[in-house]
Design a protein around this ligand. Structure first.
Ligand SMILES: [Zn+2]
Length: 176
């Protein structure tokens, strides 16, 4: 998808890019990100279920340290992932089943919004400040985007699953 910012850059040339345009683009992205994060948190809240089996034999773990570190949200010891972003079947340490884990599109949404916001802002800043040729901008930002997005995916997925566990959020279903 061609972005309006890129269209503008290619059509108008970097020397005519006004600061107001940059500010407007960034604030628009920031607002969209905030809206999405808000509705995602709301969704998690409404999905709180009562069917998940949580036991209290384990001291509460911080969802941030266990999630970002890719460790089991209950004991904080076992591995949460069996692949790069594949969730393991159960915890090798405490045996908790990870079948409740359903981060859905959440990690990708956050990666897109946060990564996109930071990288686009950075790209615009570099363009405005140094005015490098387009090929150089691409050569820097294409690999950088890959690294940042792939790097954020796993910690964010871990974090969302750990938050899901901590908030006892589960897919809504009918009582049987
Ligand atoms: Zn565990």
């Amino acid at each position: 998808m061609q972005s309006p910012a890129l269209d503008f850059l290619l059509d108008e040339g970097p020397d005519r890019l006004p600061m107001g345009f940059v500010r407007e683009t960034l604030s628009c992205i920031a607002k969209t990100s905030a809206d999405n994060i808000f509705s995602f948190c709301n969704m998690l809240r409404f999905r709180k279920g009562v069917r998940m089996n949580f036991d209290n034999d384990y001291p509460p773990q911080s969802p941030y340290s266990t999630g970002l570190g890719g460790r089991c949200p209950r004991c904080g010891e076992g591995k949460l992932f069996s692949g790069f972003i594949t969730v393991a079947e159960d915890c090798g340490h405490c045996g908790m089943k990870f079948s409740f884990a359903d981060a859905g599109d959440g990690p990708a949404v956050f990666v897109t919004l946060l990564g996109g916001f930071v990288l686009l802002g950075l790209a615009l800043f570099v363009q405005m400040t140094y005015e490098p040729p387009v090929w150089l901008l691409m050569a820097i930002f294409f690999p950088l985007t890959l690294i940042v997005c792939l790097g954020m995916l796993r910690p964010l997925k871990g974090l969302l699953i750990a938050l899901q566990y901590a908030n006892k959020a589960e897919q809504g279903r009918l009582e049987d």
